[in-house]
Design a protein around this ligand. Structure first.
Ligand code: G
Ligand code: G
Ligand code: NA
Ligand code: MN
Length: 261
């Protein structure tokens, strides 16, 4: 059987799951949000990374069902976190934002906005706690259509981030027109920024550009304390990476959040 045939059955067979990676404030390391990352554990093929199966899902049209499932799981999970036992004060996962990655095919789907609107209504998820991540190349491939789609999403009240920023070829003219909230500096620059002067220069330039446009900056791929401290000193607002936590299955994330508080 091909991977495509296996993937067709993965949803109904409960082989897909979400892992969650924390995102923290650079000052104070407060938990601000979690990024949902899709995992496929096939009993036949083993663990397949999303970089392998998302393209197949896109080409075969399955992305609508799979992407819809991811969005629904994320919203339902967020709502469940509101009801966790509170102890003293709120549970650390109550009121965080939850980020979901959108694929190119989802972004160009004319039904995306009404699907998300219906999902928010059905689950009771507040729009401003849902964040959608779109890569720079997805936006620039069809910038005009993307700008319209983002404006419609923004009108729902959701948050928008440009993911993997710095790896594509952004038109600054378009960047200004996209109604986005955050830039996520690609991990390839962050990882070596303390040893590679070019990576440091690029990271600083992205932070400065983002701030000029009124955006918040997230650094991805923060793997050590020294990098986290330098990013904080450069006024990068938010940090994500293995130094704080890998993407975690739900039960591990909940334990991490209680311990981290
Ligand atoms: O977590 P990991 O390194 O395996 O993620 C690899 C890539 O897969 C990342 O680029 C990430 O954005 C993408 N990805 C993870 N989950 C999803 C998802 O739910 N939808 C889409 N479209 N991409 C995802
Ligand atoms: O493309 P996107 O940014 O959505 O991809 C997120 C991917 O980056 C996930 O697969 C996640 O596992 C990975 N990731 C998250 N933090 C780190 C990190 O600190 N170092 C490295 N190398 N990868 C990371
Ligand atoms: Na992402
Ligand atoms: Mn990213």
């Amino acid at each position: 059987q091909t991977m495509e045939q296996q993937l067709r059955r993965a949803l109904e067979r409960n082989e897909l799951s979400l892992h969650y990676q924390p995102r923290l404030s650079a000052k104070g390391a407060r938990l601000l949000g979690v990024e949902a990352l899709l995992r496929w554990n096939s009993p036949v093929l083993g663990a397949i990374p999303p970089s392998e199966f998302i393209p197949i899902a896109e080409e075969s049209g399955m992305i609508r069902a799979i992407g819809g499932w991811v969005l629904q799981q994320a919203c339902e999970q967020w709502v469940r976190w509101q009801a966790l036992p509170q102890g003293q004060g709120a549970h650390p996962l109550a009121d965080v934002s939850i980020s979901v990655n959108l694929s190119a095919a989802q972004l160009s789907d004319p039904a995306l906005v009404s699907d998300i609107e219906a999902l928010l209504a059905r689950t009771g998820m507040p729009a401003h706690r849902l964040e959608l991540e779109i890569t720079e190349s997805q936006l620039m491939d069809n910038a005009h259509a993307a700008a319209q789609q983002l404006a419609a999403l923004k009108a729902l009240g959701v948050q928008l981030s440009i993911d993997d920023f710095g790896t594509g070829y952004s038109s600054l003219a378009y960047l200004k027109r996209f109604d986005i909230d955050r830039l996520k500096v690609d991990k390839s620059f962050v990882r070596d920024m303390l040893t590679n002067p070019a990576d440091m220069a690029i990271t600083r330039a992205i932070i400065a550009l983002g701030h000029t446009l009124g955006l918040r900056i997230v650094a991805e791929g923060v793997e050590d304390l020294a990098t986290a401290q330098v990013l904080g000193a450069l006024d990068c607002e938010e940090l994500q990476g293995y130094y704080f936590s890998r993407p975690l299955p739900l039960d591990h994330l909940e334990a991490w959040a209680l311990q981290h508080r």
